[in-house]
Design a protein around this ligand. Structure first.
Ligand SMILES: [Fe+2]
Length: 273
C-alpha cells in the first residue's frame, strides 16, 4: 500500500507529466500556425490590431524564458538581447516592425531551445510550486497568443492554419453564428480562492468577493464584418471593422433593446496580449 508521501509523489509526477505535455502542445501549435507562411508574411503589413508574427512568436518564447527559466528557475538568459526585442511592456507596438529581429531560422531555434530547457527542468523533477506556476503561466500565455496568431492570419486574409492534432468537425454545424448569447444574471465570485490550482494574477487570491451581475445578451459575432453590419444597423447602431478596431460597440441590455456605445473602441491595447 502506498504511503501518503508516496501518493503525493505520484500525484506530483502525474501533474508534471501533464505540464510537460502542455508545454510541448503549446509550442507545437505556435510552430504550426506560422509554418506555411513566407518570410514576408511573417512580418506582414503594419496594423494597429495585430503584431508582426515573427516578433510575436519570439515574444511568447521570451515570456516563457523570462518567467519559467530565469525568474523561477534562476537560469541565465538564452539570448542576451531578448529583453530589448520581445518585452511587450517596454517595446511600443508600432516599433515592432522595425526591430532587428532574428531570422526565421534563428527565431525557430530560440523557440525550440527554450521549450527544451523547460522540458529538461520538468524532467529533472522536484519542481517548486513557483516553477510550476510560471511554467503554467507560459503555456496559457502562449495558448492565448495562438488565438492572436490565428486572427492575425484572418485579418490579413490568409488561409486558416492547419494543425496536425486537430480533427476537422464535420457535423454540419460549423460556420458563422448568429443571434444572441444569453448571459444569465446572478452572483459571481470576484477573485479566486487560495486552493485554486492556477490563477493568472496571484494577488487575486486570498480575499475573493461576491459580486452581482445583471442578465443580458451579447451579440454573437460572425467571422465576417459584412455579416455583422446589417445586424447592428437594424438596431440603430453601426458597426464596422476598421484597421483600428470596431468603430462602435453594440450590446443588448436586459430590457431587450440594443444599446450602442459610440466612441468606444476596442483598442489595439485590448486586442493584444
Ligand atoms: Fe504576450
Amino acid at each position: 500500500m502506498a504511503t501518503g508521501q508516496q501518493a503525493a509523489t505520484d500525484s506530483s509526477v502525474k501533474r508534471d507529466a501533464m505540464l510537460a505535455a502542455w508545454v510541448r502542445d503549446a509550442r507545437q501549435r505556435t510552430l504550426e500556425v506560422v509554418a506555411d507562411l513566407t518570410d514576408e508574411q511573417l512580418m506582414g503589413p503594419q496594423l494597429r490590431i495585430v503584431n508582426p508574427l515573427l516578433w510575436e512568436i519570439g515574444h511568447v518564447t521570451w515570456f516563457q524564458e523570462k518567467w519559467a527559466l530565469r525568474h523561477a528557475g534562476g537560469q541565465a538568459p538564452v539570448r542576451a538581447e531578448g529583453d530589448s526585442l520581445y518585452d511587450s511592456a517596454a517595446i511600443a507596438h508600432d516599433s515592432r516592425w522595425s526591430l532587428p529581429l532574428p531570422s526565421r531560422a534563428d527565431t525557430f531555434a530560440y523557440m525550440t531551445t527554450v521549450r527544451d530547457r523547460v522540458l529538461e527542468r520538468i524532467e529533472q523533477g522536484n519542481l517548486t510550486e513557483q516553477e510550476r506556476y510560471f511554467i503554467t503561466l507560459g503555456v496559457f500565455h502562449e495558448d492565448m497568443h495562438t488565438e492572436a496568431f490565428t486572427y492575425t492570419r484572418q485579418t490579413h486574409g490568409w488561409s486558416a492554419p492547419v494543425f496536425s492534432a486537430v480533427q476537422v468537425a464535420n457535423s454540419g454545424e460549423t460556420g458563422p453564428l448568429y443571434g444572441d448569447a444569453e448571459i444569465p444574471g446572478g452572483r459571481f465570485l470576484l477573485g479566486a480562492l487560495p486552493e485554486e490550482p492556477f490563477v493568472f494574477d496571484i494577488p487575486c487570491t486570498g480575499s475573493p468577493k461576491l459580486g452581482d451581475a445583471g442578465c443580458g445578451a451579447i451579440l454573437i459575432i460572425g467571422c465576417r464584418s459584412s455579416r455583422i453590419a446589417p445586424c447592428c444597423t437594424s438596431t440603430g447602431g453601426k458597426r464596422k471593422l476598421t484597421a483600428t478596431g470596431w468603430d462602435a460597440d453594440c450590446r443588448r441590455s436586459s430590457n431587450g433593446k440594443w444599446r450602442r456605445r459610440p466612441n468606444r473602441r476596442i483598442s489595439a491595447k485590448n486586442l493584444r496580449t
